[in-house]
Design a protein around this ligand. Sequence first.
Ligand code: ZN
Ligand code: ZN
Ligand code: ZN
Length: 170
Amino acid sequence: MPKPPRARAEELEKVQARFEAFLRGRQLKLTEERRGMLAAVFAQAHHFDADQLHLSLRGKGKDISRATVYRTLDLLVQSGLVRKSSFGDQHAHYEAVRHGEHHDHLICLNCHTIFEFYRPDLEELQDAICAEHGFKPLHHSHQIFGLCESCQRKGADELLLAHKVSQLHA
Ligand SMILES: [Zn+2]
Ligand SMILES: [Zn+2]
Ligand SMILES: [Zn+2]
């Protein structure tokens, strides 16, 4: 269900304040350009890549360079407001980190659809494993690669899939 505009505006104010504090710590300013990028990132419902974001900003008449988009995304990732994943291919995928939200991913190697899941029992199990090792977890990310239902029905090229699996995390 889409959030009411008021909730979205409040969320944006909070993330702006966090980003501004992060930038201040690095002697950087929340410029109009950075503010606009932050709003564009949090307007994305799903994962996106840097070039898609660049195109959509240009499409809205924003005069922003590709290099600026990449640099600002790096800052957003460092600030913890944006998550960056490779999903096994060569380019980075980004997504806004919503307040207190966490999920993991299933990635179809054939059609590249990304499915998100959250399982509290899995999260608890991980915490228990860390505790057993006296380990303090700071970040984790599950990526399960495979075939989605519809690609299983259509049948995928086994040889190509085997190749894709061998290239994961290469
Ligand atoms: Zn998780
Ligand atoms: Zn698929
Ligand atoms: Zn995700």
